[in-house]
Ligand binder design. Structure first.
Ligand code: ASP
Length: 352
């Protein structure tokens, strides 16, 4: 180690142990970091950490709850998802119940054919599904590359609640589903999915198209009136992807992340770009450093663009939420919309 490195480390440690840094100075450092090309990570240690991971169900974080819940979902199909989530909350459900219920609505009926068993298949003609669910105390469950399961989001919740694991994939996840009494249907395409796949087979051209046809995951964030936050995502991933491909959606920190008492973030779009940067985690850590949810989304999208080449060739949309109910939304390209409660909102974007 050079003496310059030793000096830098000593300085960094002194800065960290001082811990006198106010929220305002954390935000100032964050803004400087963003202006410097989003490379600096120093300001990310200053806000309080959440409670350690408990083995028992959590107690709500010590945050003043809002009088009304907040529910956010990606894309237009977020409207029926939010309606399902709000119904769950009206039945005294928690934020966790809300995001599961909302995702289930779209898993059953997704006009875009991008979520659930009615989706477009991979390039070999199989619909393979990914899902993740997370609560703000650090509990999480995910399934990846599952086939024949109508509600991967509920299977992900069972992974979280009934196993010591976080992520089950493929045949193992399907075996777990059967053990839980969940039907695993044999592979079968809907007539429309089969028609489109056969059309695609003529040229076999794999070309993700921005905003349309190829991807449109439902990702959700909910904050209930007890001050609990949860996040979820469920998708068939990219249409005509390679068999075995898994995107960002079932990966904690990539497609979804939530952490009390900071907030949560969710993503949609070209999963590879989000996986390379752990986009949702990046946004939550920016909020921990003092960024607003909007600044956090812009920071994460800037990093995604910095790490993934020509941004004209892909889309990523991101939503973030904090415990004050503040919402952030930002995308690489124009065209990303989201449901906030019962409203459909167009998100601002980097490329306009
Ligand atoms: N993020 C998903 C994936 O890459 C797709 C999407 O959100 O549209 O699998």
């Amino acid at each position: 180690m050079t003496s310059a490195m030793t000096n830098a480390m000593t300085k960094a440690m002194t800065n960290t142990t001082t811990l006198a840094c106010s929220r305002r100075s954390a935000l100032a450092s964050f803004t400087l970091a963003a202006a410097a090309g989003c490379q600096a990570s120093a300001p990310f240690a200053q806000a309080p950490d959440s409670e350690p991971h408990p083995s028992a169900p959590p107690s709500p974080p010590s945050i003043s709850p809002l009088a009304t819940p907040v529910v956010l979902s990606t894309w237009r199909h977020g409207l029926p998802a939010n309606a399902g989530a709000l119904r769950a909350l009206a039945r005294s459900g928690t934020a966790l119940d809300a995001v599961e219920a909302g995702c289930r609505v779209v898993e059953l009926d997704c006009p875009d054919m991008t979520v659930g068993l009615g989706s477009r298949p991979d390039r070999d003609g199989f619909v393979t599904l990914d899902a993740a669910i997370m609560t703000d105390d650090g509990r999480a469950g995910c399934v990846a590359f599952v086939q024949g399961v109508a509600h991967p989001i509920s299977l992900a919740r069972l992974v979280m609640e009934k196993t010591p694991h976080v992520l089950l994939a493929g045949a193992g996840a399907e075996q777990f589903a059967r053990e839980c009494g969940i039907e695993v249907a044999p592979p079968k395409l809907t007539p429309e999915a089969e028609r489109q796949w056969r059309e695609w087979l003529v040229e076999k051209k794999y070309e993700p198209k921005v905003n349309i046809e190829n991807h449109d995951t439902i990702s959700m964030l909910a904050l209930d009136t007890q001050g609990r936050m949860a996040a979820a995502s469920t998708t068939s991933g990219l249409a005509y992807k390679m068999h075995g491909r898994i995107g960002d959606s079932p990966i904690i920190g990539a497609g979804v992340f939530v952490d009390a008492p900071i907030g949560g973030a969710i993503c949609t779009g070209l999963g590879e770009t989000v996986l390379r940067t752990l986009g949702a985690h990046l946004a939550v850590e920016a909020m921990r450093a003092g960024a607003s949810p909007q600044e956090a989304c812009e920071h994460a999208i800037a990093r995604i663009i910095a790490k993934n080449g020509d941004p004209k060739s892909y889309q990523v949309g991101m939503l973030a939420l904090d415990y004050r109910g503040r919402v952030g939304a930002y995308a690489v390209q124009k065209g990303f919309n989201y449901a906030s409660g019962t409203n459909l909102v167009d998100a601002p974007s980097k490329l306009g």
